[in-house]
Design a protein around this ligand. Structure first.
Ligand code: ADP
Ligand code: ASP
Ligand code: MG
Length: 406
């Protein structure tokens, strides 16, 4: 008897009819002879609504209470699915993060899963129960409710699949797999049959929201195969799996964009040891993730330091950076929230030359200016003006021939 973990995203559980559709899928999987653990997201738009309520109540909501509030969307969907399955004659039980127990660290809003107690779930599965777990939430060692970051129920699902040694973790969403780029902005996007963990991790970290980056990291670490598919049809989706020889032949597998970035430039900073540390240490102390960093060449002992952060962190970043800039004697700090990060990803990049120049040429031909560049072994990212995002994605999709297979 195989164990299957199925995760259903917001659009798949958006109303009672859709939850009935989920129940039917779960029953089919169970009737095919599997043990089933279901991970649910909140109804589409619900987490946004809850966040909005918190922000209307306070400019800076208490983090413990914020997590307690925004995790409630999942409580609704898990119990609705359990009620539906019960009505259909199946034994089902819903569980919240603290009931399972999904233990996380204490970093509210972006907590990381430390451990999952599998006993409750395995006992229920032995009794033939369909187990339904609330995604996106956990509990810290002091019994506070935590949340895993937006889109985090993918991570709940993969972490459960890893802890329970499931055969597969199926991620049901509103697209029928992972595409060469976001199909909602590029009609020529092509569905991939499979993609390596490393490529998917780079795509997810670079903004492809189809999978939460932590979920891919965990899947890779525990070798859990992840199958991304649609909850609205039976088509085979995309398998996220170990790299194979075939994958290396493809130079660029996908293109992603991230509009949630902001650029910060500290202007005219004295060029001396310790300046970068004095800027980035207080940011990391506040768990603010700095993505790209460039330091210009020094002119007469002064330099400019530019970096990008997530736009949601910009208010906190402003407070910290203004103080440091004053302390180190910088001239001024400039902010640009009108940017977008564009990335091309592919394991084949490791063995082919000329990928970066092809990217830069394609952007130059459309007169799109590149403000920042960063590279990893299998990814090249450029920061551009936000208004060119869709155009840039489309021209790069054409330039690298992603419409056609292989
Ligand atoms: P869910 O609510 O099911 O978790 P998400 O909205 O988080 O769904 O993720 C699915 C969305 O991800 C799709 O609707 C699509 O617009 C977007 N997306 C971005 N990049 C890609 C990609 N490369 N392939 C597929 N979908 C992508
Ligand atoms: N409901 C949460 C969110 O909207 C988690 C998720 O959907 O994965 O971010
Ligand atoms: Mg999601």
């Amino acid at each position: 008897m195989a164990l299957v973990v199925q995760k259903y995203g917001g659009t798949s559980v958006a109303n009672i009819e859709k939850i009935e559709n989920v129940a039917k899928r779960v029953i089919n999987t169970k009737e095919a002879g599997n043990k089933v653990v279901v991970v649910m997201s909140a109804m589409a738009g619900e987490t946004d609504r809850l966040i909005n309520l918190a922000l209307r109540t306070s400019e800076k909501p208490n983090e413990r209470e914020y997590d307690a509030l925004i995790s409630t969307g999942e409580q609704i969907t898990v119990s609705l699915l359990a009620i539906t399955l019960d009505k259909m004659g199946y034994k089902a039980k819903s569980f919240l993060g603290y009931q399972v127990k999904i233990v996380t660290d204490q970093n509210h809003k972006e907590a990381r899963i430390l451990n999952i107690d599998t006993e409750t779930i395995t006992d229920e599965l032995k009794r033939g129960t369909i187990v339904i777990v609330a995604g996106f939430q956990g509990v810290d060692i002091k019994n506070n409710i935590t949340t895993l970051g937006r889109g985090g129920s993918d991570t709940s699902a993969v972490a459960l699949a890893a802890a329970l040694q499931a055969e597969v973790c199926e991620i049901y969403t509103d697209v029928d797999g992972i595409y060469t780029t976001d199909p909602s902005i590029c009609p020529k996007a092509r569905k991939l049959n499979k993609i390596s963990y490393d490529e998917m991790l780079e795509m997810a970290s670079a903004g492809a929201k189809v999978l939460h980056p932590r979920s891919v990291e965990l899947a890779k670490k525990s070798s859990v195969p992840v199958h991304v598919r649609s909850s609205f049809n039976d088509d085979g989706g995309t398998l996220v799996t170990k790299e194979d020889k075939e994958m290396e032949k493809v130079v660029v597998s996908g293109i992603t964009y991230d509009r949630d970035q902001a650029k910060v430039t500290v202007v005219h900073v004295p060029d001396r040891p310790g300046i970068a540390a004095s800027l980035f240490t207080p940011l990391s102390d506040q768990n603010i993730i700095v993505d790209m960093i460039i330091q210009n060449a020094s002119i007469e002992g002064y330099t400019d330091l530019t970096f990008t952060v997530s736009r949601k962190d910009i208010d906190e970043v402003k407070k910290i950076v203004e103080t440091v800039a004053r302390d180190v004697g910088a001239e001024t700090v400039e902010y640009d929230e009108n940017i977008s990060k564009l990335s091309i990803v592919g394991v084949g990049m490791r063995s082919y030359a000329g990928v970066a120049s092809k990217m830069f040429t394609a952007l130059a031909n459309e007169r799109i200016n590149i403000m920042m560049i960063s590279t990893s072994e299998i990814k090249i990212s450029c920061v551009i003006e936000a208004k060119y995002t869709e155009l840039a994605v489309t021209i790069l999709h054409d330039a690298f021939g992603l419409e056609k297979e292989g």
